[in-house]
Design a protein around this ligand. Structure first.
Ligand code: ZN
Length: 297
């Protein structure tokens, strides 16, 4: 039976729950989760994600990654799509967030907010009949920058799987700060950015279209940038781009907007809850639009 896209998208985004998002953030962002300095706290955040995925009825996989002398897992789930007739690969869309922080910051916005969105989206999409597969993951080592070893391990695993074709990836990178004040770009800081690489035009078009259809009251600014633009490489999307996947990061603007960036004041009480809910809705809408349409096989 054909899936009624319009009604499905509206119904699904309405399920995003503010209380559940905030509960994840309050559990995870009790203190810093720096990969080395707060290794136990980082691991506790990974285990929280593992439990939340399991409670959603999914079976999380753990892929251990070692960097800077410590080991932490990428924790991820797949909501399988019906895909394409064999031997064609199953189209796959990926959403990630990072659970590590810089030393000294509880990282409620950066990036417990992204982790909360990934976990809430997993709860809503679990068991849904999809055409393309959706992979949802929380990763360590984002704050190391450069090679993004957590995201890179996941990207490697997915890209090398001959049974799938990764069509798009978004890193949920800070979804919890909005302000009516004009930010450094001269606009009130209450819209979500989607910063994508050149060549990710379909991803950008899908993201805009999903947001406009199902979260119409919420402003999204989506654009592509050359891969050598400094700020486009500031999150885990860089690891997927390097492996040929159209990719982007969704963000509240980080230090272009929030005064709490990488500070001890990045706490749950400072999260803009309305903005967080709408940001999670837009990410879910993008996955619904991408994974429920007839795949190109
Ligand atoms: Zn971050």
């Amino acid at each position: 039976m054909p899936i009624a896209l319009q009604s499905d998208g509206a119904e699904l985004v309405a399920e995003v729950d503010r209380g559940r998002l905030m509960a994840h953030i309050e559990t995870i962002a009790v203190g810093p989760r720096a990969n080395v300095e707060n290794h136990a706290a980082a691991l506790a955040a990974a285990n929280h994600a593992d439990r939340a995925f399991t409670e959603a009825g999914l079976r999380p996989s753990r892929t251990d990654v070692s960097a800077v002398g410590v080991t932490l897992p990428v924790v991820w789930v797949e909501i399988p799509g019906s895909g394409c007739p064999a031997p064609a690969a199953t189209p796959t869309y990926v959403l990630t967030a990072h659970y590590d922080t810089v030393p000294g910051s509880p990282g409620a916005d950066d990036d417990a907010s992204g982790v909360a969105a990934v976990l809430e989206i997993a709860r809503i999409l679990a068991g849904r009949p999809l055409r393309a597969s959706v992979v949802l993951a929380v990763v360590p080592f984002e704050e190391l920058g450069e090679q993004y070893p957590g995201a890179a391990a996941l990207a490697e695993l997915l890209v090398q799987d001959p049974g799938r074709s990764v069509q798009g990836m978004v890193s949920a990178e800070m979804l919890g700060y909005a302000t009516q004040q004009r930010d450094s770009q001269g606009l009130p800081g209450d819209y979500l950015n989607l910063l994508a690489y050149e060549g990710s035009d379909e991803l950008v078009a899908d993201f805009r279209s999903a947001a406009a259809q199902w979260v119409p009251h919420f402003e999204v600014q989506a654009a592509t940038f050359p891969a050598d633009t400094a700020f486009i490489n500031r999150s885990d999307n860089a690891a997927f781009q390097e492996r040929g996947v159209p990719s982007a990061f969704a963000s509240d603007g980080a230090d272009f907007r929030t005064p709490y960036y990488h500070s001890e004041q990045d706490v749950p009480a400072d999260i803009s809850q309305e903005f967080l809910v709408d940001s999670a809705r837009v990410l879910l809408a993008w996955l619904v639009l991408s994974a429920m349409r007839e795949p190109t096989c």
